[in-house]
Structure formats: structure tokens, C-alpha cells
Design a protein around this ligand. Sequence first.
Ligand code: SF4
Length: 383
Amino acid sequence: MEKIGLYIHIPFCHSKCAYCDFSSYAIGNAQNENAINRYIRALSNEMDLYEETLRNVEIETLFIGGGTPTCIDGKYIHEMINHLKKISNISETVEVTIESNPGTITNEKLDHYLSAGINRFSMGLQTTDNALLSSIGRIHDFNTFVTSFRAIREAGIKNINVDIMFGLPGQTLENLHHTLDTLIELSPEHISAYALKLEEGTPMYEAEKKGLIHMPDEDLERTMYHIIIEVLKKSGYNQYEISNFSKKGFESRHNLVYWKNKPYLGLGLAAHSKMEQVRFSNETIMSRYLEKIENGEKPVIDQVVISEREDLFETIILGLRLNEGLDIQKINERYGIDFYSDNEDIINSLRHQGLVQMTDDNLKLTLKGIDLSNQVFLAFMND
Ligand code: SF4
């Protein structure tokens, strides 16, 4: 039975962060139960529309992302997972992650999550600096994060990821060191560190355009990234992907599905899927998403058959994101090619520039290659 990763999107947040361009709606404190109810019902109906697929695959990982899935009542998540269990094959060793934000966790919600089988939390901290948190529109301060983190731990969750950000306007190296040192003391099993990128249409993008905020220059941003790698390494976190660090055995199994270019199904507003060499994505406008499902139709808008060449290219660029690099023998077997001979000129050129290192059976990025990863990916794309 084919193994897949399943992603479920919950597009609600307490309020909108100033840098966010994800598909999410701010619902504030006064939750609109009708809207949430309708959406969760639609998700269950969408599962039913994929029942045949779900019965023929094994779900190895389930990721409930958003949005902030923990900002809605825990009963919705519980009901949704119960419904999924009825119509699918879930691996006995499934990793079930829920994305959460500080201040949105209660003991009642935790009871629902644990009874539903959730065994991993991914928390958005971003920074320990309260002024920076407020400047990027986060709803929580650092103390709220600690309270939520402890509540999750005390509930018995042994696998927690914490997201942090670097390259924030006004962030100093001291801020960053403080964030890392404080976080390491709390000892999450996994840390994701992403550079802030301003996306068009977000309040921070507009503020930067008007000169109201200033992004750090590239050198400072790269220095921050190198500090993160160094500090986390010293504290026992293995960097296994460009932006991801974990204690041994706590790599995100769900994200590895993406990076290893394996099949995944996405349910919910704007969710993306890749199944049987077809890439497809869902409606991004809520009314259309709901309407299609309520009419018994899959809410798919784009569907592209992936050629073998494209698939190979994706496997290369996704695989190079991993610190273990590309397993050349596996690639040769999967695509019936001789990877090194087919890409000899590119690989030699990248090696001379110090961007990749290779052995007989492995190709990986160097630290310089990680900094200039887009250049490496483009080299393979332009082949
Ligand atoms: S919590 Fe996440 S999804 Fe929600 S607005 Fe902030 S960045 Fe966007």
C-alpha cells in the first residue's frame, strides 16, 4: 500500500500577522461558530470525496496546519480526525502534528487533541523579544509562549517544534542570541528557523515600501543564519534541512515527505497535493471552496501532470535542501538514469564554485551552496 502524507488546512487565526500572506481569516475572540462549523463539515465531506483514494493508501503523517488550528474549539479537530479514521488507513506509527500559536491552547483543547491522537505540536514563537513580536503583529508575548509550551509538555507531548524568524526589521544579533539561548533552555525537540521575506500585499511589505521599516541587509541576515546553525549545533540540534534542526530522531516526518518528493494529499482551502504524478491545488476563495464541496464536487482548481523530467528536477532541488544530500543510487534507480554522467558539466561547475560537494554516491550543498541555494537550483533547472 502506498504511503502518503496528509495535510489538512484550517484557515482561521485570531488576527492577521503583519507579514502573513497565508490563506487565513482573522476571527478574533468572538468565534463565528456557524462559519467554523460549515468549514469543518466541508472538510469531512472533502475527505468523503477522496474516500476511494484514502482507502487505498496508508497515511504515515498527518499535519493539521493553517492558519492557527488551535484557535478553534478542540472538538472540531477531534471530530475531524475521528471522521478521517473511519474512512482511511492510518499507520500505527503515524506522526500527527498540529500547528499552534501561544495563547490559543487550553487544557480542554489539549484533552481533545490527545484523545484524537495528536502527538506533535508545532508552535510559532518567532522571537523572544516582545517589542519585535508586537512590531510584526503577533498576538502573544514571550511569557504567553512559555505558558503554552509548558501546558503542552505537561499534557505529555514529547515532540514539539518551535518556529523562529530571523532578519526581522530592528532585530539585532543580541536579540537573536537571546531567542536561541532561551529556547534551548526550554529544550524543544525541533526548531525551524526562517528568514522573514516580505510578500506583496502584506502590511509589512507596504510599510517597507514607504520607508517606515527597514529590512536588514543581506550580510546581516546571512550572519544571523550562520549564528543559528552554530549555536544550535553546539546544543545538540542536528541541521537536517536548510531551515530545520532537530534532536536525533525528531526530524519532521511530514516535511520529509515533501523534501523526498513523495506523494501527499492536501485537504482544505488552498491546500496543495501531489498524487500519482499529478500536482493539484484547491480553491483559494472560501465561498467557492464551500460551494464546490456542498455540490459534491472536489474543490480542485489547478491540475498538472508532472513529466518525468520535472519530477526528477523536483527530486533534485528538494533533496539538495536536506543535509544528507542526494542519494545518487536511489535517483538512478528511480528514474533509470546515470545522474552524474547526465549532469557532469553542471556538477563540475558547481564544485569549482565551492557550492556542492560530492562522493561516489552522494551530492550535497556546502555552507556556501546553502547561502546561494537558488543559484544551484537554477543551474539544474537551466540544464
Ligand atoms: S498566525 Fe500564522 S497563519 Fe495566522 S496570521 Fe500569523 S503568520 Fe499568518
